[in-house]
Design a binder for this molecule. Structure first.
Ligand SMILES: [Zn+2]
Length: 342
């Protein structure tokens, strides 16, 4: 692995990455190989019932964290060349806007403009799950692959797509497989019927098991653990989830043809109890579609932070760990257009 790029003065370049979540802001200094050099973070400053005030407080914290991380970069003879920030909800990355977040309550917050003005840095900005998917493709379990779907299964389900090496956003709307009809026949809060999330999200698996048995469980992974003990209710709930996931991934294979599907989120904690039957169910459904390899995601809750770092690097012309077509070349390199030496 190469070291990060250096300016002509020999000072190493780093970026500040911020993953703004519903409960915490994770931040760090990240080099051009995708290594986190220094961690920081704090609880997300939520102003109850006031999305605009929450946005102001979050932006102020990101500016403060950035200043702090710039100081720690200077202490190690490095400098910060860009800032990358990711947020949940609906995001218009091209316009630099956080359109809407149900958890944080904000609407149309110009993150990029406000952070660029306050920090003087180039700002990369995107949706949290999309950025995490890009990080999995470049630095995690999808390293070296160009067509990757990252599918976090937690309270909800979505697919973050990297197609031909580039994140595909569809204006922020792509990959919402959680609200495609997967055949459950159940009503969904979105207004649809049979949505994948009604049976296969980690929350749905837990809820359906509890409703069926009257027994409390700690989560979907706990339901998976009961399969080994021959619990027929766990089996019924689990099989329905696997079947719906396989149906949705079949649609994904037909439309986007990922070579690799990475399952992340809380449900991935079930490991082989999830992957083995899902592989079988998917195999049984696929006919002439490209058969995606199925794996667990590799970066865990670091994926977002690293995704934010990739966005920051991209703003200054560095594509970290980009795979070449048909080869795997994990080293960081500058794109020729951005390299003043070429
Ligand atoms: Zn739905």
């Amino acid at each position: 692995m190469t070291s990060g790029p250096e300016g002509s003065d020999g000072v190493e370049d780093l970026v500040v990455a911020c993953d703004v979540g519903g409960t915490a802001i994770k931040a760090g200094l990240v080099d051009a190989c995708g290594s986190v050099r220094h961690d920081d973070g704090l609880p997300t400053p939520v102003v109850a019932g006031d999305g605009a005030a929450t946005a102001d407080a979050v932006l102020a914290e990101v500016v403060r964290i950035t200043a702090r991380l710039r100081e720690s970069a200077a202490e190690r003879d490095a400098r910060v060349v860009a800032l990358g920030v990711i947020v949940p909800g609906l995001v218009d990355a091209e316009a630099g806007l956080a359109r809407y977040s149900e958890n944080l309550g904000w609407r149309d917050v110009p993150f990029v403009r406000r952070l660029a003005r306050a920090t003087g840095l180039p700002v990369g900005f995107d949706h949290d799950v999309r950025a995490a998917g890009a990080a999995e493709q470049r630095l995690g379990a999808g390293r070296g692959r160009r067509d990757v779907a990252f599918v976090p299964v937690g309270t909800g389900i979505s697919a973050s797509l990297v197609l031909d090496g580039r994140p595909y956003a569809g204006g922020g709307w792509a990959g919402e497989i959680g609200h495609l009809d997967a055949g459950s026949g159940l009503p969904c809060p979105c207004g649809g019927t049979g949505c994948l999330e009604t049976v296969a999200s980690a929350s749905a698996i837990r809820r359906r098991y509890e409703e069926r048995t009257g027994r409390a469980v700690s989560g979907a992974v706990d339901v998976a653990a009961r399969l080994e003990r021959g619990d027929p209710d766990a089996r019924a709930v689990w099989d329905a989830a696997i079947d719906a996931l396989a149906a949705s991934l079949t649609g994904l294979a037909a439309i986007a043809a990922p070579e690799l599907v990475l399952i992340g989120g809380g449900l991935s904690g079930a490991g082989d109890a999830l992957l083995a039957p899902l592989r079988r169910a998917l195999d049984a459904r696929l006919t002439l579609q490209r058969r995606p390899e199925l794996r667990l995601a590799g970066l865990g809750d670091r994926a977002g932070l690293l995704g934010a770092a990739l966005l920051a690097w991209e703003r200054v012309g560095v594509r970290v760990a980009e795979p070449e077509p048909h080869t795997s070349r994990p080293d960081a390199h500058r794109t020729p257009a951005a390299d003043p030496a070429t």
